[in-house]
Design a protein around this ligand. Structure first.
Ligand SMILES: C[S@@+](CC[C@H](N)C(=O)[O-])C[C@H]1O[C@@H](n2cnc3c(N)ncnc32)[C@H](O)[C@@H]1O
Length: 87
């Protein structure tokens, strides 16, 4: 694994969250600001999916996050609610 920063307590990885391999039940705190699907022009990400596709993408990263978290872990995410529902 290529770490952007690594010491005894902190590992920073820059990469695709869905592709990165991490141990399940190993993370205390996960903080994320996932794509909002509002058409922001990123260089490396298409931020304008069909709503069903966005739901499926969201289910993938959120269920992976849930598996990686310890039982008493916490997740904080910054996300819009129902912004593009039905589009
Ligand atoms: C709403 S933005 C986050 C903005 C960030 N909070 C900031 O202030 O710069 C969503 C980001 O998630 C990234 N992203 C999309 N899919 C990803 C994935 N599978 N793994 C890691 N990052 C991803 C996008 O490239 C984009 O930069």
């Amino acid at each position: 694994m290529n770490y952007t920063f690594l010491n005894d307590r902190i590992k920073l990885i820059c990469g695709d969250f869905l592709g990165v391999e991490l141990d399940e039940n190993s993370i205390d705190l996960l903080i994320t600001s996932p794509p909002y699907n509002v058409g922001i022009e990123y260089e490396d990400f298409r931020d304008k999916m069909k709503y069903e596709e966005y739901l499926s993408f969201t289910e993938k990263w959120l269920s992976k996050a849930y598996r990686l978290l310890k039982e008493d872990g916490r997740i904080c995410f910054n996300i819009l609610l129902d912004k593009n529902k039905g589009e």
